[in-house]
Design a protein around this ligand. Structure first.
Ligand code: FES
Length: 102
């Protein structure tokens, strides 16, 4: 595990889901103030692109079949039981970039 540069900090605005790719690995990021949360970019259901999802009631919603996730922890909402938890990753904001530890 090591921090790797993902996106420019200025690209990551609040209130929106962002996608990042490092090599073949995809991530979904959500910023809240100075903290950026990061979870896997592929849904556990049918691989929907979570980085293209939306935010609703504090949850990240998969764009394909509306599976819901806690973007802080990756936990799936039991009300959408067709999805299971995704992994979450540590991030840091430094030198004008968002870095992901994976
Ligand atoms: S692929 Fe995400 S809910 Fe189906």
């Amino acid at each position: 595990m090591a921090f790797q540069k993902a996106l420019m900090e200025s690209e990551v605005s609040e209130g929106k889901v962002h996608k990042a790719r490092i090599g073949k690995k995809e991530f979904a990021l959500v910023r809240m103030g100075s903290v950026v949360y990061c979870i896997d970019g592929r849904c556990t259901h049918e691989g929907g692109p979570l980085g293209e999802g939306t935010l609703e009631n504090g949850e990240l919603v998969c764009p394909l079949h509306e599976g819901r996730f806690d973007f802080k922890t990756g936990a799936a909402n039991p009300e959408t039981d067709w999805v299971t938890d995704v992994k979450s990753y540590k991030t840091k904001v430094e030198e004008g970039y968002v870095w992901i530890d994976f």
